[in-house]
Design a protein around this ligand. Structure first.
Ligand code: FAD
Length: 458
């Protein structure tokens, strides 16, 4: 008997419940990935993620081949493609990670119905997309369907008995007569960021191992240091599922120490946003905290938003972060906080404009974590201090004290030492003229007053 395993955002062999279950129940298994036309139509398939995905699929195929199998690739509407493959392979069962997002849940419902009509069973398994499934911990109050505040969520999340990651299977037998499309090639994707990271499970495992041995111990002290670049850079792998978050948490805990604790806490943030979005899918596009239209619309600040996108706001640390995003398709978390805060509060523009720009470029761009972090920063989400405003000068002085991050990404200021590099407008006119760098887009004091005024009106 034959089973189909539908891969979605879990592009790995290790710790993969659907693949394990299919192998336990059938002697032949077809691992399938469908390039989903609906995702492409929704504008979500942007060059950086498409290129990373190409690496992930090539690596998954290679991993399956070393185990005697291979990956079958199709493109089209997922439900139609799965049903067609089930007929072709004479499969009696389909295995899939249970949908976490609203989109995945709707797809699962359609798939179940269509498969039932052709006499095939659909089995869903725990989606190890998060370390703890959304909805697995709930607040005790009656009628509460999710945690709206991080700290109590973290407490309950940490109390759960940790799940253990499962090993990769040794062999996978795929029926020979099943055709596959050619895998996409990373080099065929145009418009990618020049410094884009490499995808695939092998790369994820290599990065994790290196991170645990040489980064984790210093993480607590250095994770906010922009120039040190001392975070794991595992986010795209967690997003594409080339790394199991359960395994990342398990191995970090085994390494122990304050660095491990801080790192696992970040993994919990990821789960936190997923559980908020699972309970409030509308928070992807609408304010999580209900506000009137005046706040939600934000200001019409098209030119200023364009300067922000181009990394030409005149605030060096904001510009450095925005240029890192464009160059790498990734941005340091501290950079994301201050660049997003600058758009949403200092420019007082609609957070969704900024979130869209991030999603267009981020290789780890993820609806739950991008939209809800944006809402957190904009003060429309789960931040318990929604009116605080990050000052880009103070942020620069604090998190890039010797200016190395600005020097790296804003080369026109490379000759200007810290701390002056964070406030070039204060230079004497003659010296200022030597730097081809814009004047500040807005005055911080006025911007702060405008934001507070707007917030009062909302
Ligand atoms: P590390 O510091 O090594 O952290 C380990 C892992 O924990 C990360 O890989 C990530 O999966 C998770 N994590 C860390 N910080 C957060 C956080 N604040 N929220 C949720 N998970 C976190 N992360 C995404 O994965 N996708 C996004 O689209 C995304 N958009 C963001 C937008 C904004 C405005 C902000 C402020 C943050 C966003 N983040 C997003 C969260 C965070 O910035 C990145 O996960 C992190 O920078 C990735 O780098 P790293 O893997 O080196 O993180």
């Amino acid at each position: 008997n034959t089973a189909v395993v539908l891969y979605t955002s879990d592009l790995r062999l290790h710790d993969h419940p659907p693949l394990r279950a299919a192998l336990a129940s059938c002697d032949r298994v077809v691992p399938l990935f469908v390039r989903d036309r609906a995702v492409e139509r929704a504008g979500f398939a942007v060059p950086n993620r498409l290129a990373f995905l190409a690496d992930c699929l090539a690596d998954l195929d290679a991993g399956l081949r070393t185990r005697g199998g291979r990956l079958v690739l199709r493109s089209g509407e997922v439900v139609e493609e799965v049903c067609a493959l089930v007929r072709e392979a004479g499969a009696g069962e389909v295995h899939l990670a249970a949908g976490v997002s609203g989109y995945a849940q709707a797809r699962e419902r359609r798939l179940r119905e269509a498969l039932r009509a052709q006499g095939c069973a659909l089995y869903t398994h725990e989606a190890v997309i998060t370390a703890v499934a959304p909805g697995a911990v709930l607040p005790s109050g009656r009628g509460s369907d999710h945690f709206a505040v991080f700290t109590p969520y973290l407490r309950r999340w940490s109390e759960l008995p940790p799940r253990r990651a499962a090993a990769a299977p040794r062999t996978v037998r795929v029926p020979e007569d099943i055709g596959s499309e050619e895998p996409p090639r990373r080099s065929a994707v145009t418009g990618t960021s020049p410094g884009l990271a490499r995808g695939g499970e092998c790369e994820a495992r290599r990065l994790l191992t290196r991170w645990l041995s040489s980064g984790l111990a210093r993480y607590e002290d250095t994770h906010d240091d922009l120039a040190a670049d001392a975070t794991s850079r595992l986010s795209p792998h967690l997003h594409f599922g080339t790394l199991s978050p359960v395994e990342a948490a398990q191995r970090a805990r085994a390494a122990g120490g304050p660095g491990a604790e801080a790192f696992v806490r970040q993994l919990c943030w990821r789960d936190f946003h997923h559980q908020v979005l699972a309970a409030r899918p509308e928070a992807a596009t609408r304010d999580y905290r209900a506000r009137d239209d005046r706040w939600r619309t934000g200001r019409d600040a098209e030119e200023e938003v364009q300067a922000w996108k181009d990394g030409r706001t005149g605030y060096p640390v904001v510009d450095a972060a925005m240029r890192q995003l464009r160059h790498e398709g990734w941005m340091h978390n501290r950079g994301r906080l201050l660049a997003a805060g600058f758009l949403a509060k200092t420019l007082y523009a609609d957070w969704r404009t900024g979130a869209r720009h991030f999603l267009d470029l981020l290789v780890d761009g993820d609806v739950a974590n991008n939209q809800l972090n944006w809402q957190w920063v904009a003060g429309t989400g789960t931040d318990t201090r929604p009116n605080r405003v990050l000052n880009p000068v103070r942020q620069g002085l604090r998190h890039d004290p010797d200016g190395r991050y600005v020097h790296r990404w804003v080369p026109e200021l490379a000759a200007l030492p810290a701390p002056r590099v964070h406030e070039p407008w204060k230079l004497p006119a003659e010296e200022r003229a030597r730097y081809d760098y814009p004047e500040p887009l807005v005055d911080l004091t006025e911007a702060q007053a405008r934001f507070r005024e707007g917030r009062r009106g909302a």
